[in-house]
Design a protein around this ligand. Structure first.
Ligand code: PLP
Length: 445
């Protein structure tokens, strides 16, 4: 048989062909049912097959789907921007639409640099990020990502941005223990700024809860308050990458609300459209917009599909659906329920080192030894094996590996749509229980 014309994530793998989806369930063409325990890539926040969204698509498409943003604005894009600005904290009142999370973080990077350039400060061109982070796959976004596996082939093309240690208490990169450490990882940001010189640094970027590269790593409560203070001290912008955490996923509209910290820029994606259309956004503060408006008046970024009315109408309908069914509140309540259930598995299986999360962004980290927290060797492929066992039992979970230098960092995300019920969580956890039992046997033999 010849090679498929579609380039898939792993060439030669046999992927099932999707037929349809309903709520938290997906069905392939052979009639197999899967529980979408990862909302795809933590994206399908309102579940699959929602008719209201299909209607909103048609209602917009029958008028106009696309206009070029340099020629027209649209009611849908204006309303969506207003809605997001109303939800965003502080003076984050202006929205730039893009098509993916990578573009959202890369736009944030460009806006930060432009903000200083407009004031005649041309040296502030670096963005500090953290090891154990993922901000996207395009070269600017990847330059900011502390994700060795995804960076490795392109390092020569990436900007040499500095990285601070992540607030990864379970495997502290500074070998400290919380709370005795005094959240040293946040102080380290200040050390890096002082070493490089604050005149070089435009921004610090962070995921409020680390997702793809770490498996729902929640920082200590003091962390972001300290980070905000350091950024303010050195005139450095704080970018919250809420691509995964935003739009209610963690039980708040934006995860930074958990700590009452207001960033200068927020990057959004994934749950904003809940997967019904590719759309993402960069939300910018008045402080920044005032400077750009008084200067060149043009935010130096943009894509053909930016702010297209078709996608904007879909995102509006997604947010209305979230409001109608109080999905943010459900995420908070069901997240607690899920973590409690996962903690029961932790008692049962020594290879579960840590269970953590905020709202419905939940993670499990697997280790060789739960006492010493010694990780598995890369060759053990613990997460790959678990994913495939779960898959054959009809459960989808998300791999969160590769963010840490030197070991695999074997974590998964368990993050179903925000519509999930207690019964559905019990079903998911039952399958996980059976799957981890099977994995344990495989690892012993
Ligand atoms: N930022 C974060 C926190 C993400 O988790 C991701 C994707 O996983 C991205 C950015 C990149 O988003 P996209 O894949 O839509 O480009």
């Amino acid at each position: 048989m010849g090679r498929s014309h579609l380039i898939k994530p792993v060439l030669g793998n046999n992927y099932p062909v999707i037929s349809h989806g309903k709520g938290i369930y997906l069905y392939d063409k052979e009639g197999n049912q899967y529980i979408d325990g990862s909302s795809g890539a933590i994206t399908a926040n309102i579940g699959h097959g929602v008719h209201e969204i299909a209607e909103a698509m048609w209602n917009q498409a029958k008028h106009v789907s696309f206009v070029y943003r340099s020629q027209f604005t649209s009611d849908a894009a204006e309303q969506l921007a207003e809605k997001l600005a109303n939800y965003a904290p502080g003076d984050l009142n202006s929205v730039f639409f893009v098509n993916s999370g990578s573009e959202a973080t890369e736009t944030a990077l460009k806006v930060a640099i432009q903000y200083f350039q407009e004031q005649g400060i041309v040296t502030k061109t670096k963005v500090i990020s953290r090891w154990t982070s993922y901000h996207g796959i395009t070269l600017g976004a990847l330059s900011m990502s502390g994700h060795p596996l995804r960076r490795q082939r392109f390092t020569s093309l990436l900007e040499d941005f500095p990285a601070a240690p992540a607030p990864y208490c379970y495997q502290c990169p500074l070998n400290e223990t919380y709370p005795g450490c005094g959240v040293k990882c946040a102080d380290d940001l200040e050390n890096i700024i002082q070493t490089l010189g604050p005149d070089q640094i435009a921004a610090f970027i962070a995921e409020p809860v680390i997702g793809a590269s770490g498996g729902a790593i929640v920082p200590p409560d003091e962390y972001f308050k300290k980070i905000r203070a350091v950024c303010d001290k050195y005139n450095i912008l704080l970018i919250a990458d809420e691509v995964m955490t935003g739009m209610g996923r963690t039980g708040k509209m934006f995860a930074m609300e958990h700590w009452n910290v207001i960033p200068d820029i927020i990057a959004l994606g994934k749950g904003m459209s809940a997967g019904y259309t590719p759309m993402a956004a960069t939300i910018v503060s008045d402080r920044i917009m005032d400077v750009i408006e008084a200067g060149t008046k043009v935010v130096m970024s943009g894509h053909t599909f930016s702010a297209n009315p078709q996608s904007a109408a879909v995102c509006l309908a997604v947010i209305e659906f979230m409001e109608k069914y109080k999905l943010q509140e459900n995420a908070a309540a069901m997240g607690e329920y899920l973590v409690n259930h996962l903690q029961r598995l932790q008692w049962k299986y020594p290879l579960i080192g840590d269970v953590r999360g905020k709202g419905l962004l939940c993670g499990i980290e697997f280790v060789k030894d739960p006492i010493t927290r010694e990780p598995f060797e890369l060759s053990s492929k613990v997460v790959d094996r678990l994913l495939s066992i779960c898959f054959t039992k009809g459960l989808l979970v998300y791999p969160a590996v590769g963010g840490v230098t030197g070991f695999s960092g074997d974590s998964i995300l368990v993050s179903p749509p925000l519509t999930v019920t207690k019964e559905q969580i019990s079903d998911m956890v039952d399958i996980l229980d059976q799957s981890i039992s099977e994995l344990t046997t495989q690892l012993i033999t």
